[in-house]
Design a protein around this ligand. Structure first.
Ligand SMILES: O=P(O)(O)OC[C@H]1O[C@](O)(COP(=O)(O)O)[C@@H](O)[C@@H]1O
Ligand SMILES: [Mg+2]
Ligand SMILES: [Mg+2]
Length: 323
């Protein structure tokens, strides 16, 4: 099985970018180790703090954020970072070639039940004309991403990574200490009979999503003419991993549950990197109205509606939004 560096070299990835990716993965290996120690490492439970988005921070959110921030900035390759757990962007080397955004710990509510969690990251090009402490340098659409990936801390620790030449899946070999390629090119089946959505929000969705789900739930005897199964992991990283492995449609639509928060998932830390991975595996990712990677971000903590996965099913869902 192949290690990461030769695979990336074969894809003609710049040596600085390879070294940045490997540094991010070194931090993820450390997070993976601490996660596997659970209560023994004292990493479970909540802190007294909240992040900028008013969400209670888990101890692991903070630990993962600090680890990633420190190692990424130490490389000297990065001009600034932006994290879900940081109110503001953090400046690095003014000469750095890259910007990194990350969700240090996705699926925080799963930490206390020993269930799936992960780290999501995205790498953008630095903007020469903007200062290292200027947050507007991050306001680039997802199409500008140079690389994106996630590390899933599950029964095994797995990495999905793209640099724009397909999405590859690696598994952490804990004896050797590095990630080995275990799936050359992920390919999301075009058709699916599996959906993922938080059904408890149904009454708060907009009409097109209500109608799409209603029709889908009718099964074989309804308009769709087939039965669907449902899964919900409560960690986007776990749901997207399933979609990459066997297809499916994952949705977190706009809702009216909280007037201050019509959308839940974050564009820069969750939606864009996952969209890049999904598109590179032959899937589709949209808000229902627009390709997610073409959204021009207006602020770093912006949230968006997300519909992603198997091409035919996502396009069917998009049609409900456009009729
Ligand atoms: O509470 P819900 O509706 O199940 O939300 C689950 C969603 O929230 C998230 O956990 C948000 O991520 P964080 O843990 O990084 O805040 C997504 O990963 C997931 O899809
Ligand atoms: Mg998250
Ligand atoms: Mg998070």
């Amino acid at each position: 099985m192949r290690r990461i560096s030769p695979v990336l070299q074969q894809d003609n990835v710049d040596s600085n970018l390879i070294s940045l990716i490997k540094t991010i993965l070194a931090a993820c290996r450390e997070i993976s180790f601490r996660v596997s120690q659970g209560e023994l490492a004292g990493v479970l439970g909540s802190t007294l703090g909240e992040n900028i988005q008013g969400e209670t921070q888990k101890k692991l959110d903070i630990i993962a954020n600090e680890l990633l921030k420190e190692v990424i900035l130490e490389t000297g390759l990065v001009k600034a970072i932006s994290s879900e757990e940081e109110d503001d962007t953090v400046a690095g080397n003014p000469q750095g070639q890259y910007l990194v955004t990350f969700d240090p710990l996705d699926g925080s509510s799963n930490t206390d039940i020993n269930s799936l969690i992960g780290t999501i990251f995205s790498i953008l090009p630095a903007q020469a004309h903007l200062a290292a402490d200027d947050p507007s340098q991050f306001l680039q659409p997802g199409t500008a991403q140079i690389a994106a990936g996630y590390v899933l801390y599950g029964p095994s620790t797995m990495l999905a990574l793209t640099t724009g030449k397909g999405t590859r899946i690696y598994t952490l070999d804990k004896t050797y200490g590095g990630f080995l390629l275990t799936e050359e090119l992920a390919s999301i089946p075009k058709y699916t009979a599996e959906f993922a959505i938080n059904m408890s929000n149904q009454r708060y969705w907009q009409a097109p999503m209500q109608q799409y789900i209603d029709d889908l739930l009718q099964g074989k005897t309804g308009k769709r003419g087939k039965n669907f199964n449902m899964r919900w992991i409560a960690a986007m990283v776990g749901d997207v991993h399933r979609v990459l492995c066997r297809g499916g449609i994952f949705m977190y639509p706009t809702d009216t549950k909280d007037a201050n928060k019509p959308d839940k998932l974050r564009l820069m830390y969750e939606a864009n990197p996952m969209s890049f991975l999904v598109e590179q595996a032959g899937g589709v990712s949209s808000t229902g109205y627009q390709r997610i990677m073409e959204i021009q971000p207006e602020n770093i903590h912006q949230r968006v509606a997300v519909i992603l996965g198997s091409k035919h099913e996502v396009e069917t869902c998009i049609n409900y939004h456009q009729s």
